[in-house]
Design a protein around this ligand. Structure first.
Ligand code: PRP
Ligand code: URA
Length: 239
């Protein structure tokens, strides 16, 4: 199934004058939240999908999308009413976040999302899980984890830009669950997902909330996301 191509552009432009662009597929799973397909997001994704985009730009534009994901992810954390008094002596009834959080990156590509999380949550604790996909079989292998000792009492923002078969992210959630983190206190922040990955993930760990920028068309014979952006880790760190 093709992803839908729709008119993208400011709402004051008549429909017929908007350029056509491919937007994310819609998903049925209740716990999957796709970022609004704004002209800005589509333009940023267009930059990082382009094979001619060089590393410096790839990092810059990926970071901008990561920031949008983190800001949206934070909307899913609990808040309590919090009233403050302004400098003119009047009260404002607002909210503040309740509860402790931490980030957990799936190494290597997930580490690229740590800075965006830190920009919004200063001095946030960050755990690491090293999972690598076998290049031939696409099966994930767990090599290492190092997590905050009180992680079971925290909300966890799990970070990985790519959800292909879903194997790596599911394995990471299993690690978190083995440390006592309940599924419904995990938010998975992701740039591009495949429909197959979303389905597998939602089937195996249905209570984990997924915040993604885009659900793509599918997977190729090597389990790379199509059209995707290639190997995120290579493009961000080494190419
Ligand atoms: C990539 C990506 C995910 C995983 C997605 O990592 O960052 O972790 O593949 O694929 P899956 O959904 O089929 O498991 P990779 O293992 O290639 O390592 P890297 O982060 O070092 O690039
Ligand atoms: N990992 C990536 O970096 N890209 C893909 O398309 C699939 C897995």
């Amino acid at each position: 199934v093709q992803s839908p191509a729709v008119g993208v552009g400011p709402s004051y432009r008549p429909e017929g004058e908007k350029p056509t662009a491919t937007v994310s597929r819609e998903v049925q799973q209740e716990n999957v939240h796709v970022l609004p397909q704004t002209p800005q997001l589509i333009a940023l994704l267009t930059m990082i999908r382009d094979k001619n985009t060089q590393r410096a730009d790839f990092i810059f534009y990926s970071n901008r999308i990561i920031r949008l994901l983190v800001e949206e992810g934070l909307n899913h954390l609990p808040v309590v009413t919090h009233t403050v008094t302004s400098p003119v002596g009047k009260d404002y009834v607002g909210v503040r976040f309740e509860g402790k959080i931490c980030g957990v990156s799936i190494m290597r590509a997930g580490e690229s999302m740590e800075e965006g999380l830190r920009e919004c949550c200063r001095s946030v604790r960050i755990g690491k899980i090293l999972i690598q996909r076998n290049e031939e079989t696409s099966k994930p292998k767990l090599f290492y984890d190092k997590l905050p000792p009180d992680i079971k009492d925290r909300w966890v923002l799990l970070l990985d830009p790519m959800l292909a078969t879903g194997g790596s992210a599911i394995m990471a959630v299993e690690v978190l669950k083995s440390k006592g983190v309940p599924e419904d206190r995990i938010l998975f922040l992701n740039l591009i997902a495949s429909p197959e990955g979303i389905e597998n993930f939602a089937k195996k760990v249905p209570k984990v909330r997924v915040i993604t920028a885009f659900v793509d068309q599918g997977l190729d014979a090597h389990n790379y996301i199509v059209p995707g952006l290639g190997d995120f880790g290579d493009r961000f760190y080494t190419l």
